[in-house]
Design a protein around this ligand. Structure first.
Ligand code: CP
Length: 324
């Protein structure tokens, strides 16, 4: 079985194949009937130990559009609250015949443990583990950037060579930043991280990116600016600057956005803290791709499930133009 645990495991060719397959899947979303029969008879389990809106719903939509059966498991309200272990939860899912397990967990490494433990025989997809990685978020972000910065059809087969991507905010706690840095580097982009010194991880020198402490200096040289949520739930209050100070130095408002090149986009993985890292004016502007990212998440996750579960039929059957 193949798994998707970390964006760092993907080669350039793997990543481009996923992005190209996601483009094919996006064509399905444009059809009157948005469903393909490719994963009929297979079961995808969404195993969520942490809250989620976008990731859980889009994996469910992706699996259903490929005709798989979907079982949604949320730790809240399950026997996990009675102390059941990850192993026993996994064995229960295995007994129900899961072909793929999409797991979000508060512990970094939980998806890797599940994939390598021998407890289950399913493909494992990491849907966000602690502060470690969120590989499908990075893939949907790369998909969005390639469409916007290279072109929808012109982008097929291509990577993000030479594009300058800035990631801003709570890097320390961000699995989205970690996955994006790896994937964007693999795809040839130049990545700059901007954050308060207390929210930059120790060891960042070994990451394939640059670090800046001045957002205003970096904005005019960015093709995409990704704003991150400040993750107070993972933070000791002592590490955190005041909200006012944070938005003044690291928040994106209309005046700052005006410093970006005209073609540059603003991204946010969600959920957003409006008024903190991003103003409502920027979040609701045409340049912000947050909602587009969510839509692209369904196509990207369809591509991941299709490639991992090896659909027996072609992803998209092309109808000859004459018979359309
Ligand atoms: N971007 C993201 O992972 O959002 P959710 O936490 O809502 O899934």
């Amino acid at each position: 079985k193949r798994h998707l645990i970390s964006a760092a495991d993907l080669t350039r060719d793997d990543a481009v194949l996923i992005l190209d397959t996601a483009e094919e899947m996006a064509r399905v979303a444009d059809r009157p009937i948005k469903k393909l029969p490719t994963l009929r008879g297979l079961t995808v389990v969404n195993l969520f130990f942490e809250d989620s809106t976008r990731t859980r719903i889009s994996f469910e939509a992706a699996a259903k559009r490929l005709s798989a059966d979907v079982i949604n498991f949320s730790a809240k309200g399950s026997s996990v609250s009675k102390g059941e272990s990850l192993k026993d939860t996994a064995l229960t899912l295995e007994a129900m015949g899961a072909d793929a397990v999409v797991i979000r967990h508060h512990a970094s490494g939980a998806p890797y443990r599940l994939a390598t433990s021998g407890w289950i025989d399913s493909a494992v997809v990491n849907a966000g583990d602690g502060t470690h990685e969120h590989p499908t978020q990075a893939l949907l972000d790369a998909f969005t950037m390639r469409r916007r910065l290279v072109g929808r059809d012109a982008g097929l087969g291509k990577d993000l060579s030479g594009r300058r991507i800035t990631i801003v905010g709570d890097i320390l706690h961000s699995r989205v930043a970690r996955s994006n840095v790896h994937l964007l580097h693999t795809l040839g982009a130049q990545v700059t991280l901007v954050a308060p010194p207390t929210l930059v991880p120790i060891g960042v020198e070994s990451w394939p990116c640059e670090v800046s402490y001045s957002l205003d200096d970096v904005l005019p040289k960015s093709d995409a600016v990704m704003m991150l949520r400040v993750q107070r739930e993972r933070m000791n209050a002592a590490f955190f600057p005041t909200e006012r100070e944070y938005s003044r130095r690291y928040g994106l408002d209309g005046d700052r956005m005006a410093k970006m090149p005209e073609h540059a986009i603003v991204m946010h993985p969600g959920p957003m803290n409006r008024g903190m890292e991003i103003t409502a004016q920027v979040a609701d502007s045409d340049r912000c791709t947050a909602v587009e990212q969510v839509a692209n998440g369904v196509s990207t996750r369809m591509a991941v499930l299709y490639l991992l579960l090896g659909g027996s039929e072609p992803a998209v059957t092309t109808t000859p133009a004459a018979t359309r």
